[in-house]
Design a protein around this ligand. Structure first.
Ligand code: ADP
Ligand code: 5GP
Length: 209
């Protein structure tokens, strides 16, 4: 079976990555989200095992320091540790599923060095609008919002290193653009929109007319 594609999606916090991902995943079969480990506390509405595996710093470091490391990549973001389980990604790719990682720019650089991902950067229309969205979400206090806006300014400088750049201004348009990228990458690998291989149709005996 052909190995699934590894997609890396990065965006400054509050850009709408979670919203976009929920929408495209509802539309595209065969695409799975890699659930990261984090030492951050859960936000209102977040569930352990669905949004993140919420672990203590000690648990995180024990996974990171295994030989070989239990993480394909890891990084400290806004004072918390985040990491992607190597075993989970490899198992799903081997099963022919496309895996999407929602990770920061430091993690994306590590995955680029270790694997062959398709990378996508989601940008806000402006930093002012990003601030409005973070405040509108209502899950962070002003100090955390200031930290995230400073981080956003820094992360935007890495946008040029990604294969694709999508500005999340109008949500429908951005969702459409992200779907186009994911489907386009499947087609490039001779797979259909749903991720199923199409080459076999043409290789079958008796297929010549
Ligand atoms: P992220 O996962 O990148 O941190 P979220 O998906 O939580 O961001 O989005 C942050 C906030 O912005 C949410 O309240 C969401 O509803 C809102 N939002 C997302 N995309 C748009 C958009 N295109 N226009 C306006 N608001 C948006
Ligand atoms: P949040 O706390 O808002 O969910 O995420 C904060 C930042 O951490 C976002 O930029 C998100 O992409 C990033 N992040 C989430 N999971 C991982 C991960 O496993 N690895 C890395 N490097 N970054 C992650």
């Amino acid at each position: 079976m052909a190995e699934g594609i590894l997609f890396v999606l990065s965006a400054p916090s509050g850009c709408g990555k979670t919203t976009l991902l929920k929408r495209v995943m509802a539309d595209l079969p065969g695409l799975v989200f890699s659930v990261s480990h984090t030492t951050r506390a859960p936000r209102r509405g977040e569930e352990d095992g669905r949004d993140y595996f919420f672990v203590s710093r000690e648990e995180f470091l024990a996974i990171r320091d295994r030989q070989p490391s239990g993480f394909l990549e890891w990084a400290e973001v806004h004072g918390n540790l985040y990491g992607t389980s190597r075993a989970e990604v490899e198992r799903r790719q081997a099963a022919g599923l496309d895996v999407i990682l929602d990770i920061d720019v430091q993690g994306a650089a590590q995955v680029r060095a270790a694997a062959n991902p398709v990378t996508i950067f989601i940008a806000p229309p402006s930093l002012d609008e990003l601030g409005r969205r973070l405040r509108g979400r209502g899950t962070e206090d002003e100090e955390t919002i200031a930290l995230r806006l400073a981080g956003a300014r820094r992360e935007m400088r890495s946008a040029a290193e990604y294969d694709y750049l999508i500005v999340n201004d109008d949500l429908d348009e951005a969702t459409d653009s992200l779907c186009c990228v994911l489907i386009g990458e499947r087609l490039r690998r001779r797979r259909n929109r749903a991720g199923k291989p199409v080459a076999s149709l043409f290789d079958a005996p008796g297929s010549q007319s």
